[in-house]
Design a protein around this ligand. Structure first.
Ligand SMILES: *Cc1c(COP(=O)(O)O)cnc(C)c1O
Length: 400
């Protein structure tokens, strides 16, 4: 195996029908067959290089999936119409009524709401735990437990899951470990440390252009084939397909992900270090003050830093709101949810992306009202951008 994920991607050579440097786009929903035997055969099992219908498999979406599998170092992958589609399809493929999930409590608000409010309608119930507390996790396991779910770097508190230990627990009880790697593509490959299944929102860093929504599931061949089984596969039957035109545009953006992650991380490190120097409470895995700083270093691929996400405390919701509008007016970035854009994106998770989590639970997990989340952009002059941030913090009385 080539160690560097970017190099694995660079070695992935696919060409168009006429030698185009980008693969041709398969702009068709369906595919012809020359014999009826072949069609029957394909309904029974997948045949390499043979396509049936684009909800099942499409050459263009498959190119993107193969590239993502190379990055995550999994045998296979499948792409979906959104990150939530990847997460919900994965869970529904594994769980039946009566099954249980153990999930980290600091996760993306949509994933939390899916497990908290939607899945119980199917009698699939979730225990939300402190993902760093292995004893708490063990205490929630019973014969119905099918999944341990977490984010490699959690949203928005940037806790780093101990994938190695979680896998050991999962193996003892025949449980699947699912890791959402949306915050840390390229820089960390959860599969290498024990995740059975890695899910992504392609919407964020991987596409990086904030122009579309997409998702991916990376796992072994058997699980990916089960998802598109014509008789009982979740992606086949629930139908969360990604369009082939979009898949090919995301693949083109994926080719620069290594450079973007490098720059996002470099800028985020600068902002985090300097905000901390100003006396603010900053959470960033690259800071020595982060509780899992030393641990995450054992997981990271070399050269991509600690990621583009930082969180800090602006004390009250009012100050946080004022700060974000001020930063937008001063062109530091956009007051918007989402992440991985060329401009810095900022929001106050308590009242936005994590608002699905009830207030008292937010407090329990340390998600304060004044918490501000930054997805640091690709600024070529982050020192100058930081001066504007500093002035804004001064203007609001957050620093002297
Ligand atoms: C955005 C996000 C999702 C959901 O992805 P969509 O593409 O918006 O459906 C899931 N997990 C994390 C960590 C996210 O940031």
């Amino acid at each position: 195996m080539i160690k560097d994920p970017a190099l694995r991607l660079q070695n992935y050579l696919v060409f168009g029908e006429f030698g185009e440097v980008n693969p041709s786009i398969s702009d068709s929903s369906t595919f012809t067959f020359l014999t009826s035997e072949k069609m029957t055969e394909l309904f029974e099992a997948e045949i390499e290089g043979c396509f049936l219908y684009s909800r099942h498999l499409n050459p263009s979406t498959n190119y993107l999936a193969e590239a993502l599998a190379l990055m995550e170092n999994t045998e296979a992958a499948i792409v979906t119409g959104s990150g939530m589609a990847a997460i919900s399809s994965t869970i529904l493929q594994i769980c039946s009524a009566g099954d249980e999930i153990i999930s980290g409590r600091t996760i993306y608000g949509g994933s939390y709401a899916l497990m908290k409010n939607f899945l119980p309608k199917l009698n699939i119930n979730t225990h939300f735990v402190n993902i760093l507390d292995l004893d708490e996790i063990k205490s929630k396991i019973n014969k119905n437990t099918k999944i341990i779910y977490c984010e490699a770097i959690s949203n928005p508190l940037l806790e780093v899951a101990d994938i190695v230990e979680l896998r050991k627990i999962a193996d003892k009880h025949n449980i699947k470990l699912i890791v959402d790697n949306t915050f840390s593509p390229m820089m960390l490959q959860p599969y290498n440390f024990g995740a059975h299944i890695v899910v992504h929102s392609l919407t964020k860093f991987i596409n990086g252009a904030s122009d579309c929504v997409g998702g991916a599931i990376c796992a072994d061949k058997e699980f990916i084939a089960s998802l598109r089984n014509v008789n009982d596969g979740a992606t086949m039957l629930l139908g969360p397909v990604l369009d082939s035109l979009r898949a090919s545009s995301i693949l083109k953006n994926l080719r620069t992900l290594h450079i973007r992650m490098h720059q996002h991380s470099k800028n985020a490190m600068f902002v985090a270090e300097n905000l901390e120097k100003l006396g603010l409470k900053v959470i960033y895995p690259g800071l020595a003050s982060h509780p899992q700083h030393n641990f995450i270093k054992t997981l990271l691929s070399s050269g991509y830093g600690f990621g583009g996400m930082i969180t800090f405390d602006a004390k009250t919701k009012e100050t946080a709101d004022k700060l974000l509008i001020m930063l937008q007016e001063r062109n530091v970035g956009y007051f918007a949810v989402s992440l991985g854009f060329y401009k810095t994106l900022f929001s106050a998770p308590g009242s936005s992306t994590s608002s699905e989590i009830p207030k008292e639970e937010q407090e329990q997990m340390g998600l304060s009202d004044g918490l501000v989340r930054f997805s640091v952009g690709l600024d070529n002059n982050i020192e100058e951008t930081f001066e504007i941030i500093k002035q804004s913090l001064k203007d609001l009385g957050l620093i002297k």
